[in-house]
Write a protein that binds this ligand. Sequence first.
Ligand code: HEM
Length: 365
Amino acid sequence: MTPLAHAFEGALRWVDERVGVSALGPVAKKKTVPIHRHTVWYYVGGMVLFLFFLQVATGILLLFYYRPSAGEAYESVQFLMADVKFGWLIRSIHAWGANLMVFLVFVHLFSVLILKAYRPPRELTWVSGVLLLFLALGLGFTGYLLPWNELAFFATRVGTEIPGVIPVVGEFTKNVLRGGEDVTGATLTRFYALHISVLPGLTFALIALHVLLVQRLGMSVPLKVEQNGGGKRTIPFVPNFLLRDLVGWLTALAVLATLAAFFPAHLGEKADPFASAPEGIKPEWYFMFMFQTLKYLPAHILGIEGELVGVLAFGLGGVILLLVPFLDRASARGEDRSTWRNIALVALLYILILTYLGYTANPAV
Ligand code: HEM
């Protein structure tokens, strides 16, 4: 052994005697992953995890230049894009990374929903997952406003208007979100605090719980595969599955780098609160299906304001989503009925169609 290798081994032993990391060795060795024809979906959660850490890293780099005030935010992003070396690339990776992460969270959600991976004992893995989806959407919504450009300003005005339709608590919620009656510098400060500390902090904690549960319970085998006697073949997590996971991460990184390099993030015009709303105000694509639904609703449904019915329906949808493992009693008993799979497919189709209509039916609105 060379003196350098010897010194390195000594240093590792020194750290291990104090931290005890080698105790994780047997745990890592014991972990295995079932191999069957749906195994490919197991990589998506890992890709989301990778993207979240990438968002944290690029977000910290952006913070070195970003200034969170209505007077300086736009200019600081403009400076970052034009004058800071590779500033445009970091911002573009962060912006595209947010979109890719939300997209993969949806893919992950629908894959575990259709494969019914939420069956006991994985109910809490599911519940923590749905909360992570809400947090990812919250991160997207709050981050969108930070460059303080025209499009983001008016989209935030429309977005924060929506909870205002709820009786009793609506107006209060709207004002708390905005930090006042309208979207102003106070809203920006608020969204900034949420975006860089509250929401990432909660996301960190929930990811820790989510991944801990996955580690404790192991990966599930879909009911159908199990009933056909499949899913018994496994591979070790370290190194075999981890190396496959790495391929997923590198794929995500390659897609992201390509998008960021060829389609850098736009900045547009600076927000002017006194200007009239420009044409084509759109929310981020992941809110589009809700936005478009609200547009199609009539002014009144059974004497209740149409928009309120829509908002309440989406709220109820969120609660049902959270409770899927407790509502699908048949799967819990080990019966592979298609009811919930069909509900999932209809919901997916609805989201896809309404999103498509959002971009094509009335592009000028
Ligand atoms: C920031 C968001 C999320 C991260 C970082 C994340 C991460 C992970 C990882 C690494 C795994 C193990 C590998 C895999 O199955 O893909 C996993 C499994 C799982 N996730 Fe997520 N997840 C997130 C959001 C969600 C959402 C939105 C749901 C559903 C509502 C969900 C439900 C589950 C379930 C039920 C499993 C267990 C799958 C099984 O045992 O077969 N997760 N997640």
